[in-house]
Ligand binder design. Structure first.
Ligand SMILES: [Zn+2]
Ligand SMILES: [Zn+2]
Length: 308
């Protein structure tokens, strides 16, 4: 392998979800699992919102790690057609956006608040469409309707609530909920290229998530060439796919990252490789802490990553 493979790496996990979207962990539990794995730099990248970022950043700081404010933003190819397909673009802000209220001023953060509001209305509409006995079983005291968007349960918590309290309407719920992403052109009808432009205009860096997952390979190739980087290691990539995207990134000078896309469906396992130090430096937009580059601090994951 070329010299780039021997370049220093940093133990990261830059892609994963909390109960603010479709996973089960609180931001604090999410951070604790990564602290136990000895990671240096992490991100919470919930779908289209950043509701868990500040809690996660506090917990990460307490655990001696850094957290990048992030989001996994949804773009659509072929919106409104039978071939419609989601493309997921990770947006990473430098940590200095956590100072003051800078993060909350960004377009993506504000879009996240709109997503939360629309999600709440969408779910309350669905609830209102049910027979009274189904509705009462799911929300006996009408507390959901009284819950503001900022603390309204995310998708995973709603799935849990419906499946445990009223399994009769669970299939109906699952069929309906996808319309949230497929019918709202203003929020989710953006092309990957438009979304990447918006991410950059916000001062964030765009990385294409789980690149092997998309059906439209021809479009993927174009998106990758235009993007700043690609997620190479993720639980959704087989080792040979990761190797292919890593070679692509090294050939084209793209950023590449090591992450998990963890939804807490099993015990936490850190990525099988590290993210290159130069990429981490670009994402932080500041020099790396010296202690991150000391070989003694690299841990066993580095040794595993160095041998192909
Ligand atoms: Zn995704
Ligand atoms: Zn994800």
């Amino acid at each position: 392998m070329p010299a780039a493979s021997q370049a220093p790496g940093i133990a990261t996990d830059l892609h994963g979800h909390t109960f603010f979207s479709d996973a089960t962990a609180s931001p604090e539990e999410y951070v604790a699992a990564r602290a136990a794995a000895g990671l240096r730099l992490i991100a919470i990248s919930d779908h289209d919102l950043m509701a868990g970022v500040r809690r996660g950043a506090r917990a990460a700081m307490d655990a001696g790690m850094r957290l990048l404010p992030a989001m996994e933003a949804t773009a659509m190819v072929g919106f409104g057609t039978k071939e419609a397909e989601q493309f997921h673009i990770l947006a990473y802000f430098p940590p200095r956006f956590l100072d003051g209220g800078q993060l909350e001023q960004t377009f993506l953060y504000q879009r996240g608040l709109r997503v939360q509001e629309r999600f709440r209305l969408f779910m309350l509409d669905w609830l209102a469409s049910l027979h009274a006995e189904d509705r009462v079983a799911i929300d006996p005291f009408g507390t959901l309707a009284a819950t503001p968007a900022s603390s309204f349960p995310g998708l995973h918590l709603l799935v849990q609530r419906v499946s445990t309290r009223r399994s009769q309407v669970f299939r109906h719920f699952i069929r309906c909920h996808v319309r949230f992403w497929t019918e709202d052109r203003e929020l989710f009808g953006w092309s990957p290229e438009e979304l990447i432009d918006a991410i950059r205009a916000d001062g964030a860096i765009d990385i294409v998530a789980h690149a092997a997952r998309y059906r439209d390979k021809e479009r993927l190739a174009r998106v990758l060439l235009g993007a700043s980087g690609v997620e190479v290691y993720t639980s959704r990539h087989r080792p040979e796919w990761a190797a292919r995207f890593r070679a692509f990134a090294e050939e084209h000078g793209k950023l590449w990252t090591a992450s998990t896309d963890d939804h807490q469906r099993g015990a936490y396992a850190a990525p099988p490789a590290h993210t290159p130090a130069w990429v981490v430096e670009r994402l932080l937009d500041e020099s790396l802490p010296k202690e991150w580059l000391e070989p003694a601090a690299q841990g066993q994951v580095a040794a595993a990553a160095a041998s192909p």
